[in-house]
Design a binder for this molecule. Structure first.
Ligand SMILES: [Zn+2]
Length: 213
């Protein structure tokens, strides 16, 4: 198993783990040992909205904070890499991309605020570098294709800013992909998707089909 496969497996294990949270089970010493030896990657945290709208500091040690994520919590749970979700509420119509940039900026700002405990990451190598430096690797994914405002150039720009995946939709249908939670007008999930997949020689963010119809 190569390094990338290893990380993918860890992502999948993390997803299974999160699903299992609904039915609490005793954690055995062996399971804990495996968990603590792994590079644990969580692929979705909606915390950037808190950074932006609530001035939340990921370095917070407030025991009353009900959020799922802080640097202390990440360290305690051996979380090594987090994909921060760039999710734009549909109510931001007309300024989806601007809001996405604000959310992306909020992740960079948190990293700048805590350079000793957190770093931006854009690749598997970066995640491993962060682990060696005992820092949380901060990655980003866009939740909802409406963020690119029907402009493939924005997808490329978001990639350049560090975004490494994008879901086709959120719970709202956009002009090129039907959502499971929105009206259907394309006779299927995304009949215009081929137009949006860049050439093989380009390195776009991965498309993610969560929420798609
Ligand atoms: Zn989300």
């Amino acid at each position: 198993m190569n390094r990338k496969s290893h990380l993918l497996l860890l992502c999948l294990l993390t997803c299974v783990q999160l699903q299992a949270q609904t039915a609490p089970a005793a954690v055995t010493a062996k399971a804990l040992q495996i968990h603590n030896a792994a590079i644990v990657v969580d692929t979705h945290a909606d915390t950037p909205q808190r950074f932006l709208d609530e001035n939340f500091d990921i370095g917070s040690t407030d025991p009353k904070d009900i959020g799922h994520l802080s640097l202390d919590k990440a360290r305690a749970g051996n979380l090594r890499a987090e994909f921060f979700s760039i999710w734009v509420e549909p109510s931001f119509k007309g300024q989806f991309a601007h809001r996405a940039v604000d959310l992306i900026d909020s992740v960079y700002e948190q990293t700048a605020r805590h350079p000793d405990r957190m770093m931006m990451a854009f690749s598997v190598d970066d995640i491993e570098r962060a682990r060696k430096q005992k820092k949380l690797a901060a990655l980003m994914g866009i939740e909802g294709g409406h963020a690119i405002e029907n402009d493939i150039r924005l997808l490329r720009e978001f990639y350049r800013l560090g975004v490494r995946y994008m879901t086709l939709t959120w719970s709202n249908t956009n002009e090129w992909a039907d959502s499971s939670g929105g009206r259907s007008h394309l006779e299927g999930a995304c009949n215009r998707l081929p137009l949006l997949i860049p050439r093989p020689d380009q390195r776009p963010p991965k498309h993610d089909r969560r929420h798609a119809a």
